[in-house]
Design a protein around this ligand. Sequence first.
Ligand SMILES: CC(C)(COP(=O)(O)OP(=O)(O)OC[C@H]1O[C@@H](n2cnc3c(N)ncnc32)[C@H](O)[C@@H]1OP(=O)(O)O)[C@@H](O)C(=O)NCCC(=O)NCCSC(=O)CC(=O)O
Length: 296
Amino acid sequence: MSQLFSAIEYYLVKQPSIENFTWIPNKTLASSPQFLVFTVMAYLCFTFFLSRLSLPPVPPVILKPITAVHSTVLLVLSFIMALGCLLSTISIAPHLRWIICFPPNTPPSGAVFFWAYIFYLSKILEFLDTLLIILSNSIQRLTFLHVYHHSAVVVMCYIWLQTSQSLFPVVLITNASVHVLMYAYYLSCALGVRPKWKKFVTDCQIVQFYSSFVVLSLMLFFHFSGSGCSGVWGWSFNVVFYASLLFLFVEFHKKNYGSTYSKKMMVEDMDFKSYDEEDGDNNLKTMKPLICSIPK
Ligand SMILES: CC(C)(COP(=O)(O)OP(=O)(O)OC[C@H]1O[C@@H](n2cnc3c(N)ncnc32)[C@H](O)[C@@H]1OP(=O)(O)O)[C@@H](O)C(=O)NCCC(=O)NCCSC(=O)CC(=O)O
């Protein structure tokens, strides 16, 4: 057992390429501000134009396996990032306070920053989620929440690395863990099994945003009660980003699992098979006539 743990620790923490990692602006791959601006702008432009092109939908027999592979890659990667960052934090942190508040002028190097870098690159890989939504012609799923999250989260990760921002290990571990669940949900959908625990995934996402305010407050407390924390201006970006996501997710929750949702579940329980076959699952507009027909 201890051999297995040592092997995991070596591959996720102590490997020379991980231990000796350093984020060098304009030198490390994808580290220049020009790259960031170009990537985010290209994502927004492609999303805007492709969604307006009304492309013919890619047949599900082709798209579903691609979606399943993509979701599997992100599921596994999220798990590795959560574990890698957790083990690196445990092995590097000199004391508990360090996890929330790096000393000022902390250099962006070592295993914890390596995982922040992989996390940053994984957020660019997540752009493919949007492409899959467009190719499946599910334009109603291309929401402001989705596009805003996918573009802004890349900027947040860039700021983490550029400013050696305190508290990112906690945010990274929490977010990657929630994404294990989220991509398991998407994988299952792509394989044709719609899990009954969709609401649980959304609940976890909302808890994640609430809990981030606890660590953000702690960081501020440590910053003003001691000799300061590294990357405090990135703190403001995180507060605004997480507050807006919390608001958008609470709205998403109300829309998807409000009283109409309970009725929808009732309809599904009554086995309206034709509904699923004809319309997909979540279109509440299409639900209306069915809901009205529920016997009192
Ligand atoms: C339960 C959720 C995870 C997902 O809600 P949705 O309403 O999007 O889910 P849904 O039931 O419509 O999704 C099922 C459909 O997604 C397809 N699908 C499968 N894999 C996918 C992938 N990797 N990206 C995008 N879509 C994918 C399935 O084939 C299926 O299509 P078909 O229906 O054709 O069979 C929710 O909590 C949520 O996050 N909603 C916001 C929407 C969003 O974009 N979330 C991800 C980024 S925000 C984020 O990530 C926040 C965070 O950091 O935690």
